[in-house]
Write a protein that binds this ligand. Structure first.
Ligand SMILES: [Zn+2]
Length: 334
């Protein structure tokens, strides 16, 4: 069952599965849960299960359409946290009267339902009181107390809770392909919020990415403006950067991919084109551009390609780096 794809919250899932199977699911659900608990995801799983002939098999066309957010009978109102106005609800009221396209029913999901102003809530209340027989409403909210009592009284209210740290770890390893050690450290920081773990993961990756970019910028600057003594230290820095990258299970040739992107950005700056990868570093690109001609850039680019090839062939890393640095130094100071 698709609902099993939602982590933790076993009692809630069992209740939902039972009522979907029996055909007794309320026509108005309110799902409450803090940000990062997957309320939106759960609402989509419920909608898919309601529309599937087999109660949410996860395999039929209807389920697949639902999970790709292209099912014509699942209509989502998502104002991304902006106010939901009475016109939004009136529109729902007008379209709700039409029969479903594919399925026997249609489902309206209203995200951030607490953002409905009073007029919108009253309009919704009318709909909930006399809904078309084939419509299910799912209201998602972080805080149900921001909704009118009259609206709440028309809904079956469900609450999503954080999951155990073990379950977060399990999710991260099985769905995100993360290594157990990393998954565990993230799950400890996520307090049972899978969404929070994913955000943290994204932030970590961003941080690593910006560290790597900084490395490429620094060594390019040293090559362009440094003295020979600085240049000797570079080889050591390359080795330690390589070790970090290897620890993260990535290809050390990555350093040269990023350097190539840097070079092409310097070229873009010189030609007055938009900068693609290092856009926040325009000043530094310009300074590098002052030292590099297009010809030098293309020679450096070729040297990066050579280095990538040699690293991929497992030729001694330090030897590769030293060759690269010597040739790059010559190319720039030619
Ligand atoms: Zn199905």
């Amino acid at each position: 069952m698709m609902l099993d794809g939602f982590y933790g919250n076993t009692a809630l899932k069992n209740r939902l599965k039972a009522s979907i199977k029996a055909g007794t699911l309320s026509h108005a659900l309110l799902i409450e849960g803090e940000k990062g608990l997957g309320v939106g995801f759960l609402s989509r799983l419920i909608a898919a299960s309601v529309l599937c002939e087999r109660g949410g098999c996860g395999e039929c066309l209807s389920c697949r359409k639902a999970m790709r957010s292209i099912h014509p009978d699942i209509i989502t109102l998502d104002r991304q946290g902006e106010a939901i106005k009475v016109d939004d609800i009136r529109y729902i009221g007008e379209t709700a009267a039409f029969y479903p396209n594919d399925a026997e029913r249609k489902v309206y999901i209203i995200k951030h339902a607490e953002k409905m102003n009073a007029a919108a809530q009253n309009a919704l209340l009318k709909l909930l009181e006399e809904p078309p027989s084939f419509v299910t409403f799912i209201l998602c909210t972080e805080n149900r107390y921001k909704l009118l009592d009259t609206v709440l009284s028309r809904c079956v209210c469900l609450k999503v809770y954080p999951v155990s740290a073990d379950e977060v770890t399990k999710y991260l390893t099985s769905h995100e392909g993360m290594k157990p050690a990393e998954a565990q450290s993230l799950s400890e920081l996520s307090y049972g919020f899978i969404g929070r773990a994913l955000t943290l993961q994204g932030k970590r990756e961003l941080k690593r990415d910006s560290e790597r970019r900084e490395f490429c910028l620094e060594f390019s600057e040293t090559l362009c403006f440094g003295r020979e003594y600085d240049f000797l230290k570079l080889s050591k820095r390359f080795t330690s950067e390589r070790d970090k990258i290897k620890k993260e299970n990535e290809d050390p040739a990555l350093m040269f991919d990023m350097t190539e992107r840097l070079l092409s950005d310097v070229l873009h700056v010189l030609r007055g084109f938009p900068v693609l990868s290092y856009s926040s570093e325009r000043e530094r690109l310009l300074r590098l551009g002052g030292r590099l001609t297009e010809q030098k850039i293309s020679r450096l680019y070729m040297l990066c390609e050579d280095a990538k090839q040699q690293i991929s062939r497992n030729i001694n890393f330090n030897a590769c780096i030293n060759t690269f640095l010597v040739r790059a130094w010559e190319a720039i100071n030619d």
